[in-house]
Design a protein around this ligand. Structure first.
Ligand SMILES: Nc1ncnc2c1ncn2[C@@H]1O[C@H](COP(=O)(O)OP(=O)(O)OP(=O)(O)O)[C@@H](O)[C@H]1O
Length: 297
């Protein structure tokens, strides 16, 4: 269980994390998603005590990470792929990691089995392709059999098969009762992996829910409108406080007003309506609507 209470981190001119409150519980994979600079890494660094908060608290199982006894057995952390010891063989890297944390060497074979690295134990780390490096990173987080896993970008930059593999493993680990927190910039890459999304934009939590919740919330607010004078209607809708953009040359996508209100307005300003359809959006579109045009590739 990870608890964030009014968590805030200000750098000189930037509020990287802004008054964030959330509980990240066991049994599901929770994904922290947001574009470049949204504050994801800062949030993880705050949880791990690598930077002090300006305000608020972050605890793991009720304690600050720095106060956890034997943290590697409680929290498995992967912030960067393990590239630093490129000359080491996979098995030796994991053995070194286990021994330096008081974990029995037999765990190495177990975590290699869990992550599909059985055949790669003798390979040198610098020869591993990104997908195997990710597996090695995750294997390292599992050595201490922790209740909580924090993994930065497990699906970022990998081929779809690698992202699917990571998603399936993370779901299995969460299904066994662990708390699993992952991050990413692209929500579509995490769609199969995560049960719950915390969407971060400019340091603020702008949505919290399942993929279905996010899609439903977005669809409820968005209506496609076709009429004989979209430019004029767009101005009237904007004046009425709606968000309006052109979906194509003669269709408007309207947010902030319900279909019935839009209909009333078209009658009042004598615009002939051709179509008024609440939108069934995609997760990707819902995410774009939440974070604006800042979605990174
Ligand atoms: N040490 C620092 N000093 C000053 N500003 C910082 C520092 N670390 C992060 N920031 C700023 O805080 C904001 C959030 O950055 P952060 O790295 O947490 O975002 P992110 O969501 O992880 O982005 P990315 O996906 O690009 O890694 C950015 O505006 C960044 O420039």
């Amino acid at each position: 269980m990870i608890e964030l209470r009014h968590l805030t981190k200000r750098y000189r001119t930037t509020t990287a994390v802004d008054d964030l409150t959330a509980t990240i519980g066991p049994g599901v994979v929770t994904a922290l998603v947001g574009p470049h600079g949204a504050g994801k890494t800062t949030l993880l660094r705050l949880v791990l005590g690598l930077v002090p908060p300006t305000r608020g608290t972050a605890t793991v199982m009720g304690r600050r990470y720095a106060d956890l006894p034997d943290p590697m057995r409680r929290v498995g952390v992967l912030l960067d792929p393990p590239g630093a010891h490129g000359g080491l063989r996979v098995r030796d890297h994991l053995l070194w990691l286990a021994r330096s944390n008081g974990i029995p060497g037999r765990r190495v074979a177990e975590v290699c089995g869990l992550t599909g690295l059985e055949g790669a134990g003798r390979r040198r780390i610098r020869t591993l392709p990104p997908g195997l490096l990710l597996r090695l990173g995750i294997a390292g987080t599992l050595l201490g059999d922790p209740d909580t896993l924090i993994i930065d970008g497990p699906t970022t930059g990998f081929a779809p098969a690698g992202a699917t593999w990571a998603g399936t493993l993370l779901r299995t680990l969460a299904g066994a009762g662990r708390t699993v927190l992952v991050t990413g910039r692209r929500i579509d890459e995490l769609d199969g992996a995560a049960d719950r999304f915390l969407v971060l934009n400019r340091g603020r939590l702008v949505a919290d829910g399942s993929a279905d919740d996010l899609v439903r919330a977005d669809a409820a607010e968005s209506v496609l409108v076709r009429c004989d004078d979209p430019g004029y209607l767009a101005r009237r809708l904007t004046a009425a406080g709606a968000g309006v953009r052109f979906a194509d040359r003669d269709a408007l996508l309207v947010t902030g007003l319900r279909g019935a209100d839009i209909h009333r307005l078209t009658v009042r300003c004598a615009v002939r309506l051709h179509e008024l359809t609440p939108q069934h959006t995609t997760l990707e579109q819902a995410y774009r609507d939440l974070v604006g045009s800042r979605v990174a590739r």
